[in-house]
Design a protein. Structure first.
Length: 449
């Protein structure tokens, strides 16, 4: 092993290439200056392109299928109930687990999903899924009281971002990032070789304020305050990061990375309502606009498929022997998949424009499938339109998300940039890297290979 150098990873959740590499918008001056002297990649994210499982795919080197983690929430098999994925669901070794064999210490802050905290060679503060400051959120356990006593406050893990009160959301967001930076200023003084900090606030800013920031948004509007919100978030992180660089050893390697990109949400599309129109799903009673699809209102004797909404849609088949009221024989499934894919490909936009729709079985997108994968993973119009799970709408084309205001969708490409102050890494654009290949690159950096 060569001389060990510190590696600091700044994870900016949902940062798109347009912002970092194409200089769209303001506020990232220092970080952009760094990337001009860096080895830069387009980072191709996983299926599905969301925070959970994307970050843990990055830091285990495994696809979501190999992890058995297919989203932020999972269905309890055979039910309509769901649970939130946490660190106990991560069965594969992480980069910090493997580096511990070489006695390399890792510091973690906000990496999803690391709640509840697990023993490691180093220290951690858990992620945005942490239920609250009253719960254990650090390893070692005593780091919790140390942070609270030395800094005088607990971590703010997340903010309410799907709200009409954008003034409060913005204020809360800036307070959260400030809070993170105070704690990080303390933690970086500890002993570590690799430090990974994921700032979820960037993602929250995008969802709250993208239509005020991106002038290509279909509902773009300039607002004296809100149009400055995303640049101010960028600036706050950039200023903190530029100070950090001056404090850490001069030979520290810096990595800027995101877990997926961001794009404008053109609208939402009620996917269960579409399944009803196509005859795949039957309900007993008509519902009011925007009501949830409830299991008691489904006519299970005539239902083949139902769906969850989100940035993507998860389709679940009503298979006999697997589901409580299943009707589908196993030999029918192949034909059903073919029918669904054909029908999904024909979904068009509000002006009859052609959409790029994709539907995948788990076998088509993962080399291995663990846990309870959805029967189909569905994307509408290349992630421009959000499939929503509620029903009862007069129109199939809606401007808003059914779970509260949301201006943006996730996108397939994020960023991955490596800055080596000693110049041993070749600079320039290096094409595309898949998210689950990043772990190997980070290991090579930290081990000096």
């Amino acid at each position: 092993m060569c001389r060990l150098r510190k590696v600091f990873v700044l994870g900016l959740d949902s940062l798109p290439p347009k912002v970092l590499y194409e200089n769209y918008g303001e506020g990232l001056d220092s970080i952009r200056q760094l990337t001009n002297e860096s080895q830069n990649y387009l980072m191709k994210t996983c299926h599905p392109p969301i925070t959970v499982p994307a970050w843990i795919s990055m830091f285990t080197g495994k696809t979501p299928g190999e992890l058995g983690i297919y989203g932020f929430r999972h269905r309890k098999p055979g039910t309509f109930d769901s649970y939130v994925v946490n660190s106990n669901d991560v069965k594969e070794k992480t980069i910090w687990d493997e580096l511990a064999k070489f006695n390399i210490k890792t510091g973690l802050f906000g990496v999803p999903p690391t709640y509840p905290p697990k023993p490691m060679n180093g220290f951690m503060v858990t992620d945005f899924n942490t239920p609250g400051k009253e719960k254990p959120y650090t390893f070692p356990p005593w780091l919790k009281s140390e942070i609270e006593n030395k800094i005088g406050e607990s971590p703010i893990f997340d903010v309410v971002y799907r709200t009409e009160d954008r003034d409060k959301a913005y204020s809360d967001l800036m307070e959260m990032i400030e809070n993170h930076q105070k704690i990080l200023n303390y933690l970086v003084k500890k002993a570590w070789d690799l430090f990974i900090y994921v700032e979820i606030g960037v993602d929250r800013a995008h969802h709250m304020f993208w239509k005020y920031f991106d002038n290509t948004h279909p509902r773009y509007e300039y607002n004296e305050k809100f149009s400055k919100a995303i640049p101010n978030v960028y600036r706050k992180i950039d200023n903190w990061f530029s100070k950090l660089i001056k404090e850490l050893p001069k030979d520290t390697i810096y990595v800027i990375v995101s877990d997926h990109g961001t794009k404008s949400m053109k609208g939402s599309y009620p996917i269960n309502q579409w399944l009803m129109q196509q005859g795949f799903l039957k309900i007993k009673n008509e519902t009011k606009e925007g009501e949830d699809l409830l299991p008691d209102n489904i006519n299970w004797n005539e239902t083949k498929v139902w769906a969850w909404g989100g940035y993507y849609s998860r389709f679940f088949f009503n298979i006999k022997g697997r589901e409580p009221k299943g009707i589908l024989e196993k030999e029918e499934i192949e034909g059903l998949i073919k029918d669904l894919k054909n029908s999904i490909s024909k979904i068009k936009g509000p002006n009859n424009e052609q959409w790029k729709n994709e539907a995948y079985t788990p076998q088509e997108i993962y080399p291995e499938i663990k846990g309870d994968a959805p029967d189909l993973t569905v994307y509408l119009d290349d992630l421009n339109w959000r499939p929503i799970g509620t029903i009862g709408y007069k129109s199939m084309y809606l401007e808003k998300n059914d779970k509260g205001p949301d201006d943006s969708m996730h996108d397939w490409y994020g960023v991955f940039s490596i800055y080596d102050p000693e110049g041993t890494i070749e600079k320039g654009n290096k094409g595309v890297i898949e998210i689950n290949k990043i772990k190997n690159v980070l290991e090579q950096l930290i081990l000096g290979k």
